[in-house]
Design a protein around this ligand. Structure first.
Ligand SMILES: C[S@@+](CC[C@H](N)C(=O)[O-])C[C@H]1O[C@@H](n2cnc3c(N)ncnc32)[C@H](O)[C@@H]1O
Length: 248
């Protein structure tokens, strides 16, 4: 698969999820373990209901919780899906801040915009675009978030170069993603469904950290936990990692 074929397949895969509302758990993929998605509760506010609606079970961590978002911050969420982290960030930055979500799948952008209206979120905006060439101004963002997306990008160097470009000096990032301990076999890399399901494009965690550093960013903290069923005979394993860092 070349880069364009990977992107076309990823877009088709998430476009179908955006329209059908389903989860990508079959046959495998970017899904939270059962029971971790937000639930709609009785007497929930419109905002909380919209957050629950926006949680399609496609995440692999909680970057918003560790991002230390301050009131008034400009926040950017890469691969914003139906908007779940955008809305959480909007609650943290408050009415004096704003949150921009970028996603390359038109149906996801449409769904996120609908959720924003339903939840009454006035300080959020969803832009159609690729995270390898973000439709965002240079040096304009205080906090970059991303949840289970960068593994899907064929050119991760470009993504982290873009993160550095848009962050203000001293700006922070909090990224949850799937990485590996050990290299994924070529057969998995070339499996379109495995790639769209967040496994085929996952990099070894040391290689991933090296790409971030090479982009001129600093990693301050890494939290990691095993992801999915571990096959001890395979010679590699998937890991859910949440990384916190900054542009110096
Ligand atoms: C696994 S979902 C995660 C969505 C969301 N972050 C969440 O936690 O619910 C991946 C999302 O990233 C988007 N995406 C994948 N590759 C992208 C790229 N190169 N540029 C922009 N968006 C991308 C997909 O369209 C999809 O909405």
């Amino acid at each position: 698969m070349n880069s364009q074929q990977i992107k076309d397949n990823v877009q088709e895969y998430y476009g179908a999820i955006a329209v059908n509302g389903g989860s990508c758990c079959e046959p495998a993929g970017c899904c939270e373990p059962a029971g971790q998605s937000a639930q709609v509760t009785l007497f929930a506010s419109p905002a909380d209901t919209a957050i629950a609606e926006a949680d399609l079970g496609l995440s692999c961590g909680s970057p918003t919780q560790v991002a230390a978002i301050r009131p008034g911050d400009t926040v950017l969420d890469l691969g914003s899906g139906a908007g779940v982290d955008v809305f959480r960030a909007a609650q943290a930055t408050g009415p004096t801040g704003r949150v921009i979500g970028v996603d390359m799948t038109p149906a996801m952008i449409e769904r996120a915009r609908g959720n924003a209206v339903n939840g009454g979120f006035a300080n959020v905006e969803f832009r159609l675009g690729e995270i390898e060439a973000m439709p965002v101004d240079d040096v304009s963002v205080d906090v970059v978030l991303s949840n289970c997306v960068i593994n899907l990008a064929p050119d991760k160097q470009r993504v982290f170069g873009e993160i550095r470009r848009v962050l203000k000096p001293g700006g922070r990032f909090a990224i949850s993603d799937i990485v590996t301990d050990g290299d994924v076999p070529q057969a998995v890399r070339e499996d379109a469904t495995a790639w769209a399901g967040c496994l085929g494009g996952a990099l070894d965690r040391e290689a991933y950290l090296e790409i971030i550093r090479a982009a001129g960013l600093v990693v301050d903290e890494v939290q990691a936990a095993p992801w999915g069923d571990e096959d001890r005979t395979a010679g590699y394993r998937f890991v859910s990692a949440t990384l916190v860092g900054r542009r110096p």
